[in-house]
Design a protein around this ligand. Sequence first.
Ligand SMILES: Nc1ncnc2c1ncn2[C@@H]1O[C@H](COP(=O)(O)OP(=O)(O)O)[C@@H](O)[C@H]1O
Ligand SMILES: [Mg+2]
Length: 146
Amino acid sequence: MKILNEMKIILPSNSVNEGAARAAVSSFLIQADPTVEELSDIRTAVSEAVTNAIVHGYRGTKGNIEIIVRLLSEREIYIRIKDRGCGISDVKQAMEPLFTTAPEEERSGLGFSVMESFTDKLRVSSKTGKGTTVTMRKRLGCNGNC
Ligand SMILES: Nc1ncnc2c1ncn2[C@@H]1O[C@H](COP(=O)(O)OP(=O)(O)O)[C@@H](O)[C@H]1O
Ligand SMILES: [Mg+2]
């Protein structure tokens, strides 16, 4: 699919940057004229992925989070969120609803489930000690633009 436009941002893993990432991604995507609901779904999915990078990936340390957003042909949105943190030893287990390694922090274990249900496609690749990359795709409806 053709890349029509692209944004790359790198943010340090300060917790305040969860909001900054969400705001940056949604302002970039305004040009695609998404519905309020589509934009809200994307914002939520981005928040979950960035929060995970901050609280799990870089737990006890600091590092950068790299975000790429692409606007593709046929109103497809591609979002990649990458950290170079601790990584996930068992991705399949981590993606199960309610699974969390931080129950004492009252984490719900639903972050990946939210990303999955608010986008069309979710891919998670991770290597222990190397980091985690979350890729999401979502096709926007016509909303008068087709
Ligand atoms: N970027 C990441 N780096 C390291 N571990 C992660 C990352 N994202 C998710 N995880 C692991 O996957 C688990 C499930 O994530 P999630 O579904 O968002 O639930 P929660 O964040 O509530 O624990 C986390 O508890 C954590 O162990
Ligand atoms: Mg989470």
